[in-house]
Design a protein around this ligand. Sequence first.
Ligand code: NAP
Ligand code: ZN
Length: 357
Amino acid sequence: MTKVIGYAAQQATTPLAPFNFERRELRSGDIQIDILYCGVCHSDIHTVRNEWKGTVYPAIPGHEIVGKILKVGKEVKNFKVGDIAAVGCMVDSCGTCSSCSDHLEQYCQSGPVYTYNSRDRHDQSITYGGYSTEIVVDQKFVLNVPKEFKEADYAAVAPLLCAGITTYSPLRHWQVGKGSVVGVVGLGGLGHMAIKLAHAMGAYVVLFTTSPGKSEDAKKLGADEVVITKNPDEMAKQSNRFDFILNTVSVSHDLDRFIELLKRDGTMCLVGAPEFPHPSPNISQLIRQRRQIAGSLIGGVQETQEMLDFCAKHHITSNIELIPIQGINEAYERMIKGDVKYRFVIDMASLKDKALS
Ligand code: NAP
Ligand code: ZN
């Protein structure tokens, strides 16, 4: 066992604070990683505040992890000590069901083991995430950080492990490419990656935002147009225009306003996972143009590696604000207000520095 330190929530209403715990002894296929950076996802907030119910405390979030390999189990073949590696939202799955066989571990029929707040399949312990100094993960769920990324990029690579794959996977599944007209709803962590990725895939990208102040940034990120959703005239001009809309909004809202923007056979895919349900959509809007509402969960391990390689090839990383872990509670408050450009990433050196922690 290795003694480590993390930041944990002890209850839904208490701020995150330092917490000492142990990482398991390496199993033969395990990899021990010294965490360098961990991104801050809105799912971390939903979880520590028990917005999705079922949070087990203490809860240590964090599933956008980049670090350096410290140790490998005796059956580990494709990684070695010193390599830069990454871990995303899952650390295990059954490995045998139809989804796992199709490299879609996120849809594992017995439920994937998430990086945090999930039950380990071997010892039934609760998983603790990346807001910590080290993590131990089965090699099958460890990603290779492409060599094109240099040390100075590692912090901005971390958010690709959730925000990147969660937007890449549906864009690929719905075959977004040259000639597609794509809407992205919400410019936060997921939204800004969706714009970059859809743009790199060759699509015409329109951002829908509640924040007029984000328009200029959106264009720099790759949006061709920006629509302020609070403005009904601007919204009306967008009717029947979109092949695909990726909705990343983290709160419950009216979906009808976006459904009517889809072309015949168009799809709106929801990736935002709000605390409360959306109001039921107007079905006639779907029927009349054979439109679809869908959902999508992160992406499989193989596809996550493909996404990292795609990002390396297209020089895509996240736009980040690097914070010390001591600033995490303030960062949550700012995220809830939409005040982040566009992903907070924790510099884990701040947790290792005895003078600070
Ligand atoms: P985020 O950085 O906080 O961004 C959310 C964005 O939603 C905000 O930037 C804002 O964009 C918009 N928004 C916030 N409040 C709003 C309101 N009241 N009305 C309208 N729009 C509002 O969050 P994130 O990390 O990107 O995560 C987004 C959601 O995806 C969360 O629910 C998260 O749990 C979920 N998620 C799902 C998966 C999956 O696999 N499906 C994976 C990761 C995360 P504007 O300012 O541009 O309006
Ligand atoms: Zn996430």
